[in-house]
Design a protein around this ligand. Structure first.
Ligand code: 5AD
Ligand code: SF4
Length: 469
């Protein structure tokens, strides 16, 4: 997650990724004619971002070169998101916009959740598309690309009945210091509003040995922070004979020499146990941050959503985190306007915010999605009312964050420096609790290093400070 106040996943869309950091355990083998290029645009969550890094790795190993504009590319790929309707629509408008510009011989492909959801219908809606591949079938991507390269007009990868995960010998990572690493794909939770179980298929975990091997390689390449990913990352179930628990895997990852920070997202409250808190307490390399989506503060709505916990049970998990020996930031996701959500239910969500005092949150208006159980639920909430509730919720959270961040003025945090602002001597980075800190420093070449920053000011979304030398 982005760590600032309420950025929807949609706002992460529309970026094309820069080419850097090819990591490989095998040497790439060029198998494509010289001059082939690809453009890849990614929409959606971190899982999608990381899938795109792996897709880019597959293409680079086939001899393609990545370009920054679709106009110049032999292969134009959109890695799509369908979690809310707006995200799914964006892809079709991209495809529409691009149609007029398509050059002779240019191949267009749709990957990700929209591909999985719409399947071959994409060819009907956009006949200029040649490749449709859902995220549960990415392991077939090299084979699908080979078929396109030999002139096949229409190629699909749409299976979800797989027990395999998407592993590639080559990954092209976007960030030179923090590496994403998928440890579990798919989801078995079946929340009433969510398309993910349909688009990403059933839960499949990677063997702990394979995860640890990749972490060791990453550390050798200079990555100091790893972020373990999964739709329900803490439902991890080691398929190998070692049967490592998620909390044991966290500790083993943190033990890899060279690794300084370990993050993980997203946790499902039902599978969030005391052993995870104990692991964080005992190992400072495990970051002081847990993203624990609640979705609603009303037990009645949670039941309708099939979230499998009550408000009180969720608050027990929060209490566990709050009692930890060091402060652990808690962030969450909230949906407003789920069918049947009354004013009283919504008031319970607001009171939950007061009770938990989240460090930040992502909030969404409920969006009806194809195939999901909630699609046919009665008592839909009007768009207008959803917007009103969202604004009220965001205003409340803004007040909470303003107050919480103000309490941090005067403290000193260790920051992984992630960027430089246009203004001279201005940098930014993240604390272990995933707070954004903008700070001044006279030192050059700070990118990717860890520095101590003294906080001198605070806003709702970030802190400002000065480097302590
Ligand atoms: N409508 C609105 N928000 C949704 N999310 C998932 N499905 C929907 C939907 N149909 C939100 C949940 C989830 C986050 C990634 O997206 O809050 O945690
Ligand atoms: Fe969707 Fe629920 Fe699975 Fe999260 S846990 S991906 S919200 S079905």
């Amino acid at each position: 997650m982005a760590g600032t106040f309420d950025i929807s996943l949609d706002s992460l869309a529309g970026r094309s990724v820069a080419l850097q950091n090819v990591t490989s355990s095998d040497s790439p083998t060029a198998s494509h004619p010289d001059g082939a290029t690809f453009f890849l645009e990614t929409f959606g969550c971190q899982m999608n971002d990381h899938d795109s890094e792996k897709v880019a790795g597959v293409l680079l190993s086939r001899g393609y070169r990545q370009v920054e504009s679709p106009d110049a590319a032999s292969l134009v790929l959109y890695n799509t998101c369908s979690i809310r309707e707006k995200a799914a629509q964006k892809v079709f408008s991209r495809l529409g916009e691009y149609r007029t510009k398509q050059a002779a011989g240019q191949v267009i492909g749709v990957l990700g959740c929209v591909a999985q959801q719409e399947g071959e219908e994409i060819f009907e809606r956009a006949p200029w598309v040649s490749l449709v591949c859902g995220s549960a079938s990415y392991r077939k991507l090299p084979e699908l690309l080979a078929r396109i390269e030999t002139g096949n007009q229409r190629v699909t990868g749409l299976d979800t009945d797989t027990d395999e995960t998407f592993e590639t010998p080559v990954t092209r990572r976007d960030n030179p210091w923090r590496a994403y690493l998928t440890i579990i794909e798919g989801c078995d939770k079946a929340c009433a509003y969510c398309v993910v179980p349909f688009t990403r298929g059933p839960e499949r975990s990677r063997a702990s040995d394979a995860v640890l091997k990749e972490v060791r390689e990453l550390a050798q390449l200079g990555y100091s922070e790893v972020q373990l990913l999964g739709q329900t990352v803490n439902s991890y179930s080691d398929p190998s004979a070692r049967r490592m628990r998620f909390s044991e895997l966290l500790l083993a990852v943190a033990d890899v020499p060279g690794i300084r920070r370990v993050r993980f997202t997203t946790s499902h409250p039902r599978d969030f146990g005391a052993d995870i808190v104990a692991a964080i307490e005992s190992q400072p390399k495990l970051c002081n941050h847990v993203h624990l989506p609640v979705q609603s503060g009303s037990t009645k709505v949670l039941r309708e959503m099939a979230r499998t916990y009550t408000r009180a049970e969720y608050l027990e998990k929060v209490a566990m985190l709050r009692e930890a020996k060091r402060p652990i930031a808690i962030t969450t996701d909230i949906i407003v306007g789920f069918p049947g959500e009354t004013e009283a239910d919504f008031a319970e969500t607001l009171s939950l915010l007061d009770e938990v005092r989240y460090d930040s949150l992502f909030s969404f208006k409920y969006s009806p999605r194809p195939n999901t159980p909630s699609l046919k639920m009665p008592d839909a909430i009007s768009e207008e009312e959803k917007s009103r509730r969202l604004a009220v919720l965001q205003e409340k959270q803004r007040e909470i964050q303003t107050a919480r961040n103000a309490e941090l003025v005067g403290e000193t945090f260790e920051i992984l420096v992630s960027g430089k602002s246009r203004r001279e001597n201005q940098w930014f980075g993240y604390s272990t609790s995933h707070r954004v800190l903008n700070f001044t420093s006279q030192v050059n070449a700070l990118l990717g290093t860890y520095v101590q920053v003294h906080v001198t000011g605070a806003g709702p979304n970030n802190l400002v400070g000065e480097q302590v030398i």
